[in-house]
Design a protein around this ligand. Structure first.
Ligand code: ATP
Ligand code: MG
Length: 629
């Protein structure tokens, strides 16, 4: 079947299409109705059907591959490596589930998971899924205040955590941050279950805190049956990255999510039982949920959980893992590839990468230089994919499991099946013509796997995502994009990253693309800064490939002028940044997204805002210093 026919079927006959895809998972009770869209924009998939995510990820594989690897936990921080077979994972998950039940966790209760990338974090997620508890994983890099907000929003009866994580060879304590968060929060969880890794001493609060190793020892032979859940029961709550402001609690279902993952593992990621999948993300993000924990296991693959950076002990580490575990499919982010690019390529050429079939990248725009570099180094397809915490699986990419559609540099790809993607004029809601810029939107209903609602706030879900063009039930991604005549999309930035220069609306991303095409620029951030005359002007902060080329003020000025003329030529003088500053690092979230709002705040003399997710605070000092020159 051609992809075009496959896609058309998903749009013309969603019920028939998704009924077929539903056969990719095991159901305890068949569903009565594929889709209930009687209260739009809410969509209920597989109404009346009963299934379980943990069953599909673990139990289902026991008959055929109990002794094959399921979870491979690698830490280059503690120098440990452990492989759990499906049978061992099954036992660990039941132990964890028994501990939870013993602590009074019931179906529908929330369990907050604040953990480093260790196997127990996956056990905890799967154990929640097993007993019908709702997990809310909070990224381990968050500080007390962000954690407290999420505790108050999710109201977990139990928090699962650890003494510490480790990063770059240093222990990063979790427990004191958690204690502080619980003090700050209005809501108080009844229990805290703690994995003691022996990295940091912990202050234990008697009656509340429970030691995981001791509790596990009491449940060595635990057998905890799967709780069958109606397809639309809640599986988890996950907060968006907060790049543009207050994070939204994305609530997801059980059946639709399981089907969407099984389906995407087959058609997009082409995973097969017995193979190994390696996603370098963190369980705190949606990629970690969909493609570290649930997706690969639902597909019967072994999945790698990695604690560490891409460059320790050296920049060859990921490739040594690919060689050792014969990884076939790998998932990462452009940021990580840019980090690797700064290191000698010999380090990756040392390893046998013949098992690797494709590298998938997502999370932020993939620039052409980075994409070509890594494609050349690895000699495999590089597949960009565009999606959001809200959707749970790719909106735009190519589905090589259906057809070998070619990729196009600079484009994350074509619309994925199930997504009726539209480019919309933000003022009228009308569809834009080919190559005309508009808001990337999806006509409702959203396919299986996407968010059900904003946790605890249906109205916020409707207002935030759907109310803009209510005459046609369009979901807004809040990203700008264009579609070319062949159906390839190009993402041009976020709708709130728009600069208004003397009445001209410009996407920061477009200006960044243009600046990046200068041969000396390796990375750049553009923000809109208030200007008395023009309303706003664009200001750029760029990283040079060779910093020594702009050491003196004269060199800097010359290079700045060159960059400006590139923008002039490509986009026109209206898009020309008023200043181009040179820095060696840009402020990013721990998930690799540019913190434009913080850069903008500093440029406008305001406080940088919520910085709890920032990767390296010294990046902000560089922005400040650059502005003074
Ligand atoms: P918040 O919504 O809280 O501001 P966020 O949008 O950064 O945070 P995520 O859901 O993690 O939270 O990120 C999704 C966004 O990341 C997309 O809307 C898009 O802006 C960007 N993105 C993801 N993948 C790609 C890609 N392949 N190309 C371009 N942009 C991408
Ligand atoms: Mg978003």
């Amino acid at each position: 079947m051609t992809y075009a026919a496959f896609y058309q079927e998903s749009i013309q006959d969603p019920q028939g299409f998704w009924a077929k895809e539903a056969q990719l998972i095991d159901w305890h009770k068949p569903y009565d109705q594929v889709l209930d869209h009687s209260k739009p924009p809410f969509a209920k998939w597989y109404v009346g059907g009963e299934t379980n995510l943990c069953y599909n990820a673990v139990d289902r594989w026991l008959a055929s591959q109990a002794d094959q690897p399921a979870l491979i936990a690698i830490s280059t921080e503690t120098n440990t490596e452990k492989t759990y077979s499906f049978a061992e994972l099954h036992a660990e998950v039941q132990r964890m589930a028994a501990i939870m039940l013993g602590l009074g966790v019931k179906q529908g209760d929330r369990v907050l998971i604040y953990m480093p990338m260790i196997a127990e974090a996956a056990f905890a997620m799967l154990a929640c899924a097993r007993i019908g508890a709702v997990h809310s994983v909070v990224f381990g890099g968050f500080a007390s205040k962000s954690l407290a907000t999420r505790i108050d929003d999710a109201k977990p009866v139990l928090v699962i955590s650890a003494d510490a994580g480790m990063r770059g060879g240093k222990a990063v304590p979790y427990k004191p941050l958690l204690d502080e968060a619980i003090t700050l929060a209005e809501y108080k969880p009844a229990h805290v279950l703690l994995v003691d890794r022996g990295l940091d001493t912990m202050q234990i609060e008697a009656g509340r805190d429970v030691d995981y190793a001791a509790a596990r020892a009491q449940h060595m032979y635990a057998q905890v049956p799967v709780t069958w859940l109606e397809s639309n029961a809640m599986s988890y709550v996950l907060y968006t990255s907060g790049t543009t402001g207050k994070p939204k609690g994305v609530q997801r279902d059980v059946g639709g999510y399981a089907v969407a993952l099984a389906s995407s593992m087959k058609h997009i990621f082409c995973g097969k039982p017995g193979e190994t999948y390696f996603a370098t993300s963190d369980i705190g993000w949606v990629v970690g949920h969909s493609y570290i924990v649930y997706g690969p296991l639902i597909a019967g693959m072994a999945t790698i959980m990695y604690e560490g950076t891409p460059i320790r002990p050296d920049a060859g580490i990921w490739w040594s893992i690919v060689e050792k575990y014969k990884v076939t499919r790998m998932f990462s982010a452009p940021t990580a590839v840019r980090v690797l690019k700064k290191h000698p390529s010999e380090l990756m050429r040392k390893y046998d990468l013949s098992s690797l079939k494709a590298l998938y990248l997502a999370g932020e725009p993939l620039d052409e230089t980075t994409s070509s570099w890594i494609a050349n180094e690895l000699g495999v397809s590089i597949i960009d994919n565009y999606w959001q915490t809200e959707t749970g699986w790719p909106i735009l990419t190519v589905a090589h499991g259906v057809e070998q559609t070619s990729t196009r540099l600079g484009s994350p790809g074509i619309a994925m099946y199930g997504y009726d993607v539209r480019i919309i004029d933000e003022n009228t809601g009308a569809e834009c013509a080919a190559n005309e810029k508009g808001v990337v939107a999806i006509k409702g209903p959203l396919p299986p796997g996407c968010m059900q609602t904003v946790y605890g706030d249906d109205q916020r879900f409707v207002n935030t995502y759907w109310s803009n063009f209510s005459h046609e039930q369009l979901y807004s991604t809040f990203d700008w994009g264009i579609r070319d005549a062949d159906g390839y999309y190009f993402i041009l930035g976020r709708t709130d990253d728009v600069i208004n220069v003397a009445g001209h609306r410009l996407g920061t991303r477009e200006i960044e693309e243009s600046i990046s095409s200068h041969p000396q620029i390796s990375e750049v951030a553009v923000v809109g800064v208030e200007d008395k005359l023009k309303g706003q002007v664009a200001v750029a902060f760029a990283i040079l490939k060779k910093p020594e080329l702009a050491e003196t003020p004269e060199q800097k000025r010359a290079l700045e002028a060159e960059v400006m003329s590139v923008v002039d030529k490509q986009l026109g003088a209206v898009a020309r940044p008023s200043r181009v500053h040179f820095v060696s690092i840009l402020p990013k979230t721990r998930s690799g997204k540019l913190l434009r709002r913080s850069i903008q705040a500093i440029c406008e003399g305001r406080e940088a805002g919520d910085l709890t997710t920032i990767e390296d605070p010294s990046s902000l000092q560089q922005i400040q210093a650059a502005l003074k020159v």
